[in-house]
Write a protein that binds this ligand. Structure first.
Ligand SMILES: [Zn+2]
Length: 91
């Protein structure tokens, strides 16, 4: 009787965990969907927000929601890397 009760509780816990998983999955899907919708609503999504050059479709497919062209992205990453360098040299 007690064992049955415990088993039932475990099943219940598993079910709750599964529901939680499904909910977080649904939330992830929802955020992706929202991202895609905001992309669709923004006509400038196919152009670099930095230089205004069109972003190749292949790049947009590879990085959904990409806002910058390869050159601007690289330049920004280089700037970010430069900011990081002093911290790294301290370690
Ligand atoms: Zn650019």
């Amino acid at each position: 009787m007690i064992d049955d009760k415990f088993e039932f509780n475990n099943e219940e816990e598993t079910e709750i965990a599964q529901i939680n998983n499904l909910q977080s999955n649904a939330m992830a899907v929802d955020s992706v969907r929202r991202q895609l919708e905001s992309q669709r609503q923004r006509p400038s999504c196919s152009e670099c927000e930095e230089c205004g050059e069109p972003i190749p479709l292949a790049r947009q497919r590879a990085i959904p929601g990409v806002q910058f062209c390869v050159y601007c992205q690289e330049r920004m990453e280089r700037v970010r890397a430069n900011y990081r360098r002093p911290d790294e040299s301290l370690e």
